[in-house]
Design a protein around this ligand. Structure first.
Ligand code: AMP
Length: 282
């Protein structure tokens, strides 16, 4: 099995990319926070189709965590990640340390306005500014032609698309479908936090979203009713519902009646673990 080249310094990462570009190679990039699971690996597999070179980043970005969130205990497994990435055909892993990404004196924050508001944006103040800033920096360092993101983090994908358009960044953004466990639970690095009992209850999020999609297929078009259908299953199983909402799939604006592509999104707590998921309608 081939191994992955690990690069820690931003300057060395940019040099690697410039050399690849000089050879005429396209670079497909998958940013992650590590603790890789099959969902991440599906992005790396998809990346192969978009470029001769596949770059992965592993960086648990402190600026996208709130003060009471799980930054300190976020799962980390660099050796395991590198083995999985190698098996998935990754060429290079950019693994910077926090001071490399945020040297003293930094003053710039990327704020994507409307699409960062509501949903996770309201519940996690500053989260999407942290995401947009680090993704913008990673694009500047890794210099990819294409970057792949999961639809699992639907609002994040919308924020990144908006940022790339608004700042005229020379990167093509590709969204990829959510990989799920056999029972439907969306794969997430945070699933390891769940106790066996919480893990069993967590599948209700998928069940609720699926029930809403079935109701949509049966002809229901009122957003409020569809959200209620999902909420019935979800609220019965989880410890706290952060939100269950139907939004326009492109703008993420609230909608009352589904006449255009929409998405139903949910965020819940099981114990102290916060999980998110979504499903497109149709
Ligand atoms: P993370 O490491 O959680 O920041 O995720 C890194 C990338 O993997 C993001 O683009 C996520 O949307 C994507 N991702 C996370 N979970 C899944 C999943 N279950 N299926 C597909 N992509 C995912």
């Amino acid at each position: 099995m081939s191994s992955v080249q690990v690069i820690k310094s931003p300057a060395a990462m940019s040099a690697w990319s410039e050399a690849a570009r000089a050879r005429g190679e396209r670079i497909a990039f998958v940013p992650t926070m590590g603790a890789l699971h099959a969902g991440h690996l599906s992005l790396l597999a998809a990346a192969r189709a978009h470029g001769e070179r596949v770059a992965l980043s592993i960086f648990v970005n402190p600026t996208q965590f709130g003060p009471n969130e799980d930054l300190a205990r976020y799962p980390r497994d660099l050796a395991g990640d590198l083995a999985k990435a190698a098996a998935a055909g990754t060429d290079v892993a950019f693994v910077p340390a926090v001071p490399d990404m945020y040297p003293p004196g930094a003053q710039t924050v990327v704020e994507v306005r409307e699409v960062s508001q509501g949903l996770c944006g309201d519940r996690r103040p500053g989260h999407f500014a942290g995401v947009a800033t680090v993704v913008c920096k990673l694009f500047g360092i890794v210099r990819p032609h294409v970057a792949l993101f999961g639809e699992k983090d639907f609002q994040q994908l919308a924020v990144v698309r908006r940022m790339v358009a608004d700042l005229s960044l020379p990167v093509a953004v590709v969204g990829c479908p959510t990989l799920r466990e056999p029972d439907g639970l969306a794969m997430s690095s945070r699933n390891v936090y769940l106790s066996p009992a919480e893990r069993a209850r967590a599948v209700a999020v998928f069940r609720g979203l699926s029930a809403a999609r079935e109701r949509f297929r049966a002809g229901e078009r009122r957003a409020e009713i569809l959200a209620e259908v999902a909420l019935t299953d979800i609220a019965a199983a989880v410890d706290r519902v952060d939100y269950v909402e139907v939004r326009d799939a492109d703008s993420l604006r609230p909608i009352a009646h589904l006449e255009q592509p929409a998405v139903i999104l949910a965020a819940v707590f099981l114990g102290t673990t916060r999980l998110i998921d979504n499903m497109r309608l149709p």
